[in-house]
Unconditional design. Structure first.
Length: 465
């Protein structure tokens, strides 16, 4: 055996710990290098537009993977990593995100969420679209089902953001952008929103077109509910504008017996069907003649339901409503008759008449004996009271102010009293129970030296004889 062999056998066990120490030293030296290169490469990528970026360093070699949105961007990113000081070799595993053709994006709204789906061109744009969806969601969930893709048309983000604004005006529906073609379907949240969407679409970026707009408007509804227990008339729904709004309130105040509180919940909105104002006037006239009832105008249908105060009134209300509605409108009348209240004696009957005529007055066309249609609700309540006094004889007394000559005033007051008697008889009262008497200006209840006083003197009284 040679001396060298003896030496090896004697010393080799001591080389093992030295090798281990050397490996540990090398590893400890490489860890900071790899960490530094990873940080440097990551920092170099801060200005790049990439997705799913992964950087792995082994020694001084870098494995770089990412999804890029253009070939130029991909090459630039690889060059930036290669230029990091200390990098020896870059293993390029970058790729381009898929190209979508056509480039399709959509925004859909249902009861609980807004969902953005289809393609988005860049992560930053995707984030902006989601933020816009959350802004218009009204507290609903905003769901992201978009995938990144190349191939977006110019100014895609501007078009998509404008369309998301329109989704906020929908109760439910979907807006789809395919290339530069826009399709819309669904139901607008409120009246006027459909028109607002149409107006907004005119601001789409140049080159974008609306292929189909199937957004529907909700029904144009006007409602009135008369509650005699609380003596309230509640108006809700829509009117076309402030002028019609004011006219509707004035009509309600004229037609309903004084003391009725009008609760105004109406909102102005475009979209009213033709003849809306005239239809409301006719329908409110019918409602004013009901003991309790409700009215709904939806598109071109007027639905009136409730209790008439006596049998003849039920048919009159139906007939008058049909005649008063504009052409093209239909009426639905579900009118029953209120049961007759218990009979009262003459003294109570007189007080009931006084109470009613203290809340309102029977009106006539100026200088004529034609009863104003606005007085029908009051007349029906007077008739209801008369029916509760089956043995009383009623004098219908007509009065005027002092303007004009006495003979003319007497004649006018008599004709007006007779017009009321005719109305009562037509309603079912026996003719031998009612008498018309005209007093002209001989029995004033206020001085005739003011318009207010004269208005009080022009009146019809019910007197139990």
């Amino acid at each position: 055996m040679t001396d060298f062999s003896v030496w090896v056998r004697k010393w080799w066990p001591g080389l093992i710990p030295l090798a281990i120490l050397w490996g540990v030293a090398v590893w400890n030296a490489m860890v900071p290098v790899e960490q530094n290169l990873t940080a440097a490469a990551t920092d170099a990528m801060k200005g790049s537009v990439l997705d799913k970026t992964r950087i792995e360093v082994s020694g001084r070699d870098v494995r770089f993977a990412a999804d890029a949105f253009s070939e130029e961007g991909r090459r630039s990113a690889v060059s930036l990593v290669e230029a990091v000081p200390g990098v020896r070799l870059v293993q390029d595993q970058t790729r381009l995100v898929p190209e979508a053709n056509p480039f399709v994006w959509s925004a859909q709204r249902d009861v609980v969420r807004i969902t953005l789906a289809g393609n988005a061109p860049l992560p930053a744009i995707r984030a902006r679209l989601m933020e816009a969806a959350r802004t218009v969601s009204g507290g609903a969930e905003a769901a992201d089902q978009m995938v990144l893709a190349r191939g977006a048309p110019p100014r895609f983000d501007a078009a998509a953001l404008l369309l998301i604004d329109q989704v906020g005006k929908l109760k439910e529906g979907k807006i789809t952008l395919s290339g530069t073609s826009v399709n819309l379907a669904g139901m607008a949240r409120e009246l006027g929103n459909r028109e607002a969407i149409i107006a907004a679409l005119k601001n789409l970026p140049e080159g974008y077109t609306v292929a189909e707009n199937a957004i529907k408007a909700p029904p144009y509804i006007f409602q009135a509910n008369h509650d005699p227990v609380t003596a309230t008339l509640t108006l809700s729904g829509y009117v076309p504008d402030n002028n019609v709004h004011a006219a509707v309130l004035a009509t309600a105040q004229r037609k309903f017996v004084g003391g009725t509180k009008i609760v105004d919940k109406l909102k102005a909105s475009i979209g009213a069907p033709p003849g809306f104002a005239n239809a409301v006037t006719a329908a409110l006239g019918g409602l004013s003649r009901l003991s309790t009832g409700s009215l709904t105008l939806s598109d071109r249908e007027a639905k009136l339901s409730g209790d008439a105060l006596y049998p003849v009134a039920s048919e009159q209300i139906k007939t008058d409503l049909t005649a008063g509605l504009p052409q093209g409108w239909t009426r639905v009348a579900e009118i029953s008759v209120k049961p007759v209240a218990s009979a009262v004696d003459a003294t109570v009957c007189q007080q009931l008449f006084v109470d009613l005529l203290g809340k309102g007055k029977i009106r006539f066309e100026s200088g004529r004996a034609t009863i104003d249609a606005d007085s029908m609700g009051l007349l029906d309540r007077l008739i209801e009271t008369a029916l509760r006094c089956p043995t009383a004889h009623l004098e219908i007394a007509g009065h005027t102010d002092s303007d004009g000559d006495a003979a003319s005033n007497l004649a006018l007051s008599t004709r007006r009293a007779q017009a009321v008697v005719d109305y009562l008889v037509k309603a079912g009262l026996p003719r031998d129970r009612v008498t018309a008497v005209g007093y002209g200006s001989d029995q004033p209840v206020a001085p005739n030296d003011s318009e207010e006083g004269k208005a009080k003197n022009r009146r019809i009284d019910f007197v139990v004889r």
